[in-house]
Design a protein around this ligand. Structure first.
Ligand SMILES: [Zn+2]
Ligand SMILES: [Zn+2]
Length: 80
C-alpha cells in the first residue's frame, strides 16, 4: 500500500524556504539552520508561493519507510 499524498504546506520561510504545516508557526521566526546559524527568515503564508510536488517521494513525504530527505518529509518543495 502506498502512502497518500500530503496536502500542500501552509507556508514557508522567506529565506531558506523550509516549509511548515503548522498554522501556529506562521509569522514566527524560522527554526531552520543556514550555514550553521539560525535562519533569520520568517515563516509566511504567501499565496504567491508555488509548490512543486517532490519528485523523490511523489508528494508522499516518504521513501519506503523513511522520511524523504529531499523535501524533509513534507512531500512538497517551494518552487524557486
Ligand atoms: Zn528559514
Ligand atoms: Zn520528498
Amino acid at each position: 500500500m502506498r502512502p497518500a499524498r500530503k496536502p500542500k504546506p501552509l507556508g514557508a520561510c522567506t529565506v531558506c524556504h523550509t516549509p511548515t504545516s503548522q498554522r501556529e508557526m506562521l509569522n514566527q521566526r524560522c527554526h531552520g539552520v543556514v550555514y550553521g546559524r539560525r535562519c533569520s527568515g520568517t515563516l509566511k503564508s504567501d499565496l504567491s508561493y508555488i509548490w512543486d510536488e517532490c519528485e523523490s517521494c511523489e508528494g508522499t513525504g516518504m521513501v519506503g519507510t523513511q522520511a524523504c530527505t529531499e523535501c524533509g518529509g513534507f512531500g512538497w518543495r517551494l518552487y524557486a
